[in-house]
Design a protein around this ligand. Structure first.
Ligand code: FBP
Length: 544
């Protein structure tokens, strides 16, 4: 690998660990857990991994180490810091016992099914410390979902003498990790499974998982770009910039970037859903702000749009849910040749109400809504061009508005993939390293069906608390791909939470008066208040 000067310097960064993990540790067992909802059903589905206690670690002089051969899988979309999960895991395993080995399954869950792996030795791990991306072993979105596949994973692990798996993934991948842990327990095969919370979307969080890794870095990258665009807009004073931001479902990324950059408009999907706002209403609200600013001679501005917005507008949400069921139950849809045939099949299968909505949408947008789902049944919202749709509709609205005398020239942007593989911020570098380290300690303590967690993350790392939370504790039942399934509950933006309330208290001011902040790029070297700051979201959530 050819390394840039920054990469070379950054590889020498030593991630900070919680104080409690610096020496040997012993396990502290907490209270037994219950799932957040649907307790009876989840207990019946996970008889061996339900009701386990929460665990944390405290410093100790006694160490009881097993020999561990651990396999690691990176699952789903990339998120900055994945390589540091691996380096933390590797370092902890080697510290516990030099004979421990770490294997990386290639290409995500497919690697587990196809027995495709490499041993991650010191040279390989060293090459990837503090770097972005998942390219050390690659990632993938395959879901391991039937008994034949579970058995293949068992056979491959036993063949290679692997006694534990660490699955690094989001809510769907960690749900899958829990299903595997349960199956392995039931079959008594002696393979442990530990999850690590990953996703830039920030929607894998709860009382124990304060944030998913990658969120911090991705938001810092997007905020830098938004800030640069805002400075350009404020210099040329001629464009409105409509910026769609990644985050499949929840609007955490949009909210965090809004807090960091103070745009004129930021849409928060969860609020749209709560107040049942239609597309027309949203367009009307944007057009009003454009008009207000035009009246002040400011024919420019920025609008942040969460990529999951379409799924939160009630009529489109209903339409998507029906489309999901139709696409899952009528695979012949994918064999049809023309768009017209596809549109007809869908329109005939939809309810009257949804068929009306579907036919009112521009053809290109309607087509984007019926694209293939990912293996977990999710709509691929990153491919839906909501930002362009909004620009067209706002332009149309202003054209027809006799009282609008300003100019509306808009540019569209999508910030997504460019944030997912950036070199991790200090926060993500430290957080991920600690998560990987904790995963090794959980395996050493004989745990399975747990997710590694690090708490107190708005404080400096020496005060962080490391532990494990039973994955079943985060589960509820949801409808996926046409069936009701046990899944880890996604955390949406809390409309009563401090981050949203702070945004709500300021947005009127930001809408009309240009109040932009230009955060600049992530800093890896320099004063701690610049380099080590956690996200605004974490800071506000944990503010006392
Ligand atoms: P994960 O939940 O797997 O981390 O992926 C998140 C994400 O980055 C979403 O924000 C986005 O909608 C999606 O992945 C894009 O997926 P893909 O990489 O398959 O295009």
């Amino acid at each position: 690998m050819i390394k840039s000067p920054l990469q070379k310097a950054r590889s020498r960064y030593i991630p900070k660990l919680p104080k409690s993990l610096e020496k040997s540790v012993s396990l502290v067992t907490g209270e037994v857990s219950e799932s957040i909802a649907d307790q009876k059903a989840i207990k019946a589905m996970f008889p061996h991994t339900y009701g386990l206690p929460l665990v944390t670690f405290s410093p100790s002089d006694i160490t009881e180490n097993q020999i561990m051969n651990v396999g690691v899988v990176l699952s789903g979309g990339q998120a900055p810091g994945g390589h540091n999960v691996i380096s933390g895991l590797f370092d902890a395993l080697k510290k516990l016992n030099k004979k421990n080995q770490l294997f990386g399954f290639i290409g995500g869950p497919d690697g587990l099914l196809n027995n495709s792996f490499i041993e991650l030795d010191e040279d390989i791990v060293d090459d990837y410390r503090n770097t972005g991306g998942f390219d050390i072993i690659g990632s993938g979105r395959t879901k391991i979902e039937d008994e034949a596949s579970y058995d293949r994973v068992i056979a491959n692990c036993l063949k290679n003498n692997i006694n534990a798996l660490v699955i690094v993934g989001g809510d769907d991948s960690n749900t899958n990790a829990c299903v595997l842990a349960e199956y392995f327990k039931e079959r008594n095969v002696g393979i442990q499974v530990i999850g690590c919370p990953k996703t830039i979307d920030g929607d894998l969080k709860n009382d124990f998982i304060e944030t998913s890794f990658g969120f911090d870095t991705a938001c810092k990258v997007y905020s830098e770009l938004i800030g640069n665009i805002q400075r350009d807009a404020n210099s040329a004073k001629k464009y409105w910039h409509f910026i769609k931001l990644m985050g499949r479902s929840a609007s955490h990324i949009s909210l965090e970037c809004a807090l960091k950059t103070q745009p004129n408009i930021a849409i928060i999907s969860e609020e749209i859903e709560k107040y049942k706002l239609t597309l027309n209403k949203i367009v009307g609200q944007i057009a009003e702000i454009v008009k207000k600013r035009a009246n002040k001679g400011e024919n420019f501005g920025t609008v942040l749009i969460p990529e999951g917005l379409v799924e939160f507008m009630p009529s489109i949400k209903k339409l998507i849910a029906e489309l999901n069921d139709i696409l899952a139950s009528q695979p012949e849809y994918y064999l049809l040749k023309t768009s017209q045939e596809k549109r007809t099949l869908i329109t005939e299968a939809l309810s009257e109400e949804s068929a009306k909505v579907y036919s009112s949408l521009p053809a290109s947008f309607a087509k984007q809504l019926s694209l293939d789902r990912d293996p977990h049944g999710n709509v691929q919202v990153s491919k839906i061009e909501t930002e362009k749709l909004l620009i067209d509709m706002v332009a149309d609205r202003l054209d027809k508005d006799q009282s609008f005398h300003g100019k509306f020239n808009a540019q569209n942007h999508f910030f997504g993939y460019e944030g997912r593989c950036a070199a991790p911020s200090n926060f993500d570098a430290d957080y991920c390293y600690s998560l990987g380290y904790t995963a090794a300690l959980l395996i050493n303590a004989g745990k399975t069906g747990y997710m590694a967690f690090i708490k107190n993350t708005a404080q400096s790392p020496e005060n962080w608390i490391a532990g494990g939370v039973p994955i079943t504790m985060m589960m509820n039942l949801e409808r996926r791909n046409g069936d009701v399934k046990p899944v880890i509950q996604k955390a949406l933006v809390d409309l009563k939470g401090k981050p949203f309330l702070r945004f709500r208290s300021m947005r009127k001011e930001w809408a009309t008066n240009t109040s932009y902040i230009y955060p600049g790029p992530i800093q890896y070297f320099g004063p701690s208040e610049v380099c080590d700051a956690p996200s605004e979201t974490l800071f506000l959530e944990q503010e006392t």
